[in-house]
Design a protein around this ligand. Structure first.
Ligand code: BDP
Length: 603
């Protein structure tokens, strides 16, 4: 799906700002048919939960209504007009005046609704959006709604981060011509100094126009041209997109009627390759070592609301500390984030919202599920279909980003349980059909061992989430070190695939110190990470380290969460804990090389 933007043939109006807001339980029947009877206003983009001082709103189960008036520009009479929601978490129903115009399920991918027949150029309309943050075993991510002793509904779920809901990303009113470019797909390759950009333009409307494409370099000079809805553009003396050294071309796709340009859209393109060969992860044929973090979209007050200021600051903190990559744990992030990574050469592991497909986590440290994860009761055919739809929407949104080097199809699923393989095999097939160029992974839960995991051979890279020295062997780093080394060795022997750590971390209360080995102190976070790194550096098959987490983040109420998850290297307001300075020493200057190795990857 193309991100809306201004082009010579397209316009858009931002609908961000404050909208009328209230909960379904406080509004009458069919609230979209009149101005919402409320004095509340919610900021868009932002999750609604932390905006107000109101527990009922914060923990609401059910629909919440957003509403505003929208003025359609008067020059739009001949255009196709659509609404574009960058995200509505987790489900939305949209009304124009009294009329229901469309809906979407899935909280982190965009959707568009054609409203050409419902609005008039030069006239205002009332836009109402109902948003639901509810999670059940048939949504991705899954959750459970229960009615407790008080008679109130409450939402539980199988991940620790707070289930923020609402219009957390921008909303737009946009135009395209009726005959239009609907989508563009590019893949890139190179041989020696010659680059190749393979493109396909999907056209919608009457279907009669011809397609013309041109590729311009960063100075705006056209370096290749072609006609036809698909083809290959050759780029002599290509400048590659590299981690830490981004270079983007601009691909302009035009739909023509004779000589007249009916539609025009420009897409940034980075030429690079990604490949897994043996135990190596290669970008442009060179061994790449991931340094960085699992992150969250999470800030005070906004919740999961996208914020350009935090985005820019987070990228600069990553640069300062020497991080060359991050994982979009545990859901697709705002498109602005991927565009920024494209422009600045940061490498992204792009993850679906499938977190919590694991009944084992309910069993605590025993990992014993109360009932099988892959069963009618929990992850069933409907869940799998929802997961497939998420994969479709993620890959079709993000496949043109050079920064994205791998898809992560799930976080910590019960890949050790029966039924996991049957559940995942068709999803991997689907993902590979949608994108045959990028490696696939899932982040492995600690209960899924090299002895009992049932899925790893379907995937390309072993991504381990491991907490030795925290949840296992808490406070005993000597024992933790032995467990960790044995675990990594086991995976190497079993798979012969590249291995990386996608999560390891220790909750740390900033300002807490001790001369003794004490969990939660800043010294323990340092010693814990040092121990992990000592082990990683022993294994040539090890291709990366992403610490859990970049910053502290909001969680549900839980007795082991003191004001949220505190495994951040930065606090929630982005102040460094002391370990940040140690990491900076380890990571800066590596330029994608494994610590202790030279440019050829030799130790
Ligand atoms: C892992 C999860 C992550 C949690 C982390 C933790 O993947 O979402 O936040 O544990 O407990 O299992 O800190």
């Amino acid at each position: 799906m193309l991100k809306p933007k201004m082009t010579p043939t397209r316009e858009l109006v931002s609908l961000d700002g404050t909208w009328r807001f209230d909960l379904d339980s406080r509004l009458g029947q069919r609230p979209w048919e009149a101005p919402l009877d409320t004095s509340l206003e919610a900021a868009v983009p932002a999750s609604y939960n932390d905006l107000f001082v109101d527990e009922e709103i914060r923990n609401h189960v059910g629909w919440a209504y957003y509403q505003r008036m929208v003025q359609v520009p008067r020059g739009w009479g001949a255009e196709r007009i659509y609404l574009r929601f960058d995200a509505a978490t987790h489900a939305a129903k949209v009304y124009v005046d009294d009329v229901f115009v469309g809906e979407h399920v899935g909280g982190y991918t965009p959707f568009a609704i054609d409203v050409t027949d419902h609005v008039d150029a030069g006239q205002p309309f009332r836009l109402t959006v109902a948003v639901s943050g509810d999670l059940t075993n048939e949504t991705i991510p899954p959750g459970k709604i229960e009615v407790g002793m008080t008679g109130r509904q409450s939402q539980t779920y199988f991940h620790d981060f707070y289930n923020y809901a609402g219009l957390a990303r921008s909303v737009w009113l946009c135009t395209t011509p009726h005959d239009r470019i609907e989508d563009v797909v590019v893949t890139t390759d190179y041989e020696g100094a010659d680059g190749a950009v393979t493109y396909r333009a999907d056209v919608a409307g009457s279907g009669s126009g011809a397609v013309r494409v041109s590729l311009a370099d960063a100075d705006g000079a056209v370096v290749a041209e072609a006609t036809g809805a698909s083809g290959v553009l050759s780029v002599t003396d290509v400048t590659l997109w590299k981690p830490g050294s981004a270079y983007l071309y601009d691909l302009t796709v035009e739909l023509l009627d004779g000589d007249a340009v009916i539609d025009s859209y420009t897409l940034p393109v980075g030429v690079r390759t990604v490949e897994v060969r043996g135990t190596q992860f290669l970008i442009n044929g060179e061994r790449f070592y991931f340094t960085g973090f699992g992150k969250h979209e999470d800030t005070p007050v906004r919740g999961k609301g996208h914020d350009d200021a935090y985005m820019v600051h987070d990228f600069h903190l990553m640069d300062w500390i020497g991080a060359n990559s991050f994982r979009t744990s545990h859901y697709p992030y705002a498109e602005e984030v991927l565009e920024f990574a494209d422009r600045h050469g940061i490498v992204v592991i792009d993850e679906t919202a499938a977190v919590g497909l694991n009944m084992g986590v309910v069993g605590g440290m025993s990992g014993t599920p109360p009932f099988p994860t892959f069963s009618e009761q929990y992850a069933n055919d409907i869940t799998q279909a929802a997961h497939a739809q998420h994969i479709r929407e993620l890959i079709t949104r993000d496949r043109n980003h050079p920064s994205v080097v791998m898809w992560c199809l799930a976080n910590e699923p019960a890949s050790n349980e029966d039924g996991a393989r049957e559940y995942f095999e068709p999803l991997v097939t689907l993902a590979r059909e949608l994108d045959p160029t990028r490696p696939m992974a899932y982040a492995l839960v600690m209960f899924a061992t090299f002895e009992n995991d049932q899925c790893i051979d379907l995937f390309d890279v072993v991504c381990m989430n491991r907490y030795y020295g925290w949840y296992v062997a808490s406070g005993d780093l000597a024992t933790a070190e032995m467990y960790l080394a044995g675990d990594i060795k086991g995976w190497i022997e079993r798979t012969g695939k590249p291995i990386m750590m996608t999560e390891y971390g220790a909750d740390t209360m900033e300002g807490l110190h001790s001369v003794h080995t004490q969990v939660w102190t800043e010294e323990y976070q340092r010693d814990y990470l040092e121990m992990n790194h000592r082990v990683f550096d022993r294994f040539p098959e090890f291709v990366g380290e992403q610490i859990w987490n970049f910053a502290d983040f909001a969680t549900t109420n839980a007795i082991h969460r003191v004001g949220g998850n505190k495994k951040g290297v930065f606090t929630r307001d982005r102040r460094p804990k002391s370990v940040a300075f140690d990491l900076r020493k380890r990571w800066t200057g590596l330029a994608g090389r494994k610590p202790g190795t030279d440019a050829s990857g030799q130790g």
